[in-house]
Ligand binder design. Structure first.
Ligand code: GLN
Length: 336
């Protein structure tokens, strides 16, 4: 995948942030251009370890951008729904941070990178605190175990309502994907029980794994991801509904954890090339946040070896460069 991410663009094509998005017609043209540019890329493989995901068409490709003013731009299959999978992780962590406070959430889960694959058991054994961060399965299932509620139904409602507020519409679960993963998620159940043994699960481990499997089966589109991302770009206020979902102090913590670990063991490469917090999922979704500017949502099922969407990464890198989104890009003050 590095071959793809390291595709060089001309240095003068890399725009420096002006603090805001370019004008709407320029954004619309670049979203279309990015989609057109990478639609023919056929690298990567559709995930099949969750049987229901293997049916995805490798050619599906959607790109969407939502500005912090609520303006939406889309190209390709931006309205096709797919299961959110790991992209639920930052948003569920956000709900837990909102409910418990950023300090308690950090102490309970951790916020450092593992450097290991998303479903690593080794990462649990190697680290004295057992969970490392909420973006990989161990920390994500532990995060789900912190969702408030008297029973599983109440916790599900809390989770589902919360993620729906990020999207600005009521999200529904894909029953087929849920059942397919529930019948084949022995590894995640093992992770939850292992953490339980180490005192790092905060509710019944089997129930938390079931809830986690349901959250992963919530259906979203690239357009939904753009709005969810724009809510994090907008200090926790959904720019489409105008409703606050998250306090600003929580919001910036979520972005920090996404920057650290959002693309699994390739999070460093991602930050190096794209310079933005993002989160990928195994069904081919990717959400990226340009703080103060916009959220980007992409969907393209074929994945690289770490489980990140190949075309999603390419088009996001292109848009980050052309729209001047990279948070690390600067140029000297003009003294002339
Ligand atoms: N539900 C998937 C799992 O836990 C999510 C993984 C992912 O999107 N990387 O295995």
């Amino acid at each position: 995948m590095h071959r793809l991410l390291h595709e060089e663009h001309a240095a003068d094509a890399v725009a420096v942030s002006t603090g805001r998005l370019p004008a709407a017609d320029a954004v619309a043209a670049l979203v279309r251009e990015g989609h057109e540019r990478y639609r023919g890329v056929r690298d990567g493989a559709v995930a099949d370890y969750i049987p229901a995901l293997a049916a995805a068409d490798p050619a599906w490709f959607g790109v969407a951008l939502c500005g912090v003013d609520g303006g939406l731009f889309a190209a390709g299959d931006a309205d096709r729904v797919f299961s959110i999978q790991s992209i639920s992780k930052p948003f569920v962590f956000a709900l837990v941070c909102q409910a418990l406070g950023g300090g308690r959430a950090r102490d309970s889960i951790g916020v450092n990178a593992t450097g290991l694959p998303f479903n690593s058991v080794m990462a649990i054994e190697l680290n004295a605190r057992r969970t490392m961060n909420p973006m990989v399965n161990a920390g994500a299932i532990a995060t789900t175990s912190l969702i408030p509620g008297a029973n599983e139904d109440e916790r599900w409602d809390f989770l589902c309502d919360g993620l729906s507020r990020f999207a600005g519409r009521t999200l529904a679960m894909d029953q087929g994907v849920y059942e397919s993963e529930a019948a084949s998620n022995q590894r995640n159940r093992g992770i939850a029980r292992l953490l339980h043994g180490y005192g790092r699960m905060y509710s019944d481990p089997d129930e938390a794994t079931d809830l986690y499997t349901r959250q992963c089966a919530l259906m979203v589109s690239a357009r939904d991801l753009a709005v969810m991302g724009a809510t994090l770009a907008d200090g926790g206020v959904n720019p489409v509904t105008g409703l606050r979902v998250l306090y600003p102090d929580r919001c910036r913590r979520i972005l920090a954890v996404m920057a650290t670990a959002g693309l699994y063991e390739q999070s460093g490469d991602w930050l190096y090339e794209v310079g933005l917090p993002g989160k990928s999922g195994v069904s081919g979704g990717l959400v990226t946040i340009a703080p103060g500017k916009c959220g980007l949502g992409t969907f393209a099922p074929p994945l690289d070896d770490a489980g990140n969407s190949v075309r999603g990464q390419l088009v996001t890198q292109f848009l980050s460069e052309r729209l001047g989104l990279n948070i690390f890009a600067s140029k000297p003050e003009d003294t002339g």
